[in-house]
Design a protein. Structure first.
Length: 234
């Protein structure tokens, strides 16, 4: 399955480029842009382009990178894996956002035609996916821009955190967008049903882990406050 393969590739790329993402993020962004331009411009060798087709045009590779970015946030505090990967969350999310442009560029003509026709000839899944896609592009632009260190440094910490919480609805809508597009073919009993289950399962598991982490933090607050009170009495 393309989604599972992309998740594995995303994990390998994250591990391989962890240091460059932290030390030279600008170079990594430039490479991502070059890949997108070459892909959309048909400048890649035929064999490479065929291999990249499901990864970029169907946006499964950027999705895999976003999964890693989101799941880093629910890793146990103080764990070695979280400590190792947390510094790459911002740069990795920007790289994933740039690679999404290959997906947008591949389908922009189709969706533009649907929008200009007033959705008259569009099937319900296509129209729905277009509306969701527009929301996703707006959310992604906000998240990507505010993930840049040059922008983040000029923002108040509280404001930045509130904006970054848009990642939660973004991640959910990505799964909904993919599921809506796959639903017509899933109804025929094809492998699309498995892909929908995969997207849904990843989103639900993340939701469970996120809620668990929030509850864990809430339960730790009284202990922390009691420790502060006790120390103040000494």
């Amino acid at each position: 399955m393309d989604v599972l393969l992309s998740l594995v590739i995303a994990a390998v790329l994250t591990a391989a480029f962890r240091v460059p993402l932290v030390r030279w993020p600008g170079a990594c962004y430039a490479v991502a842009i070059i890949v997108v331009v070459a892909f959309l411009g048909g400048a890649l060798p035929a064999g490479i382009e065929r291999g990249m087709l499901p990864l970029l045009r169907r946006c499964t590779l950027p999705y895999g990178l976003f999964v890693i970015v989101m799941y880093i946030g629910v890793l146990p505090s103080g764990s070695r894996l979280r400590t190792c990967l947390k510094p790459v969350r911002g740069p990795l999310s920007i790289v994933a956002s740039l690679l999404v442009l290959a997906h947008v560029g591949s389908y922009v003509q189709v969706y533009l035609g649907v929008a200009l026709s007033g959705f008259v000839t569009a099937a319900a899944p296509t129209a729905t996916s277009l509306i969701i896609a527009c929301v996703l592009v707006i959310l992604l632009a906000v998240l990507a821009v505010t993930s840049l260190q040059s922008v983040r440094r000029h923002m108040h910490g509280g404001s930045w955190k509130r904006l970054q919480r848009l990642a939660y609805p973004f991640f959910i809508l990505v799964s909904v967008h993919a599921s809506v597009l796959l639903f017509p073919s899933a109804a025929t009993g094809s492998g699309s049903l498995l892909a929908i289950s995969f997207y849904t399962g990843i989103a639900l598991l993340y939701g469970v882990l996120r809620v668990g982490r929030w509850l864990s933090g809430r339960s730790g607050e009284p202990k922390a406050s009691r420790a502060v009170t006790a120390s103040s009495k000494l």
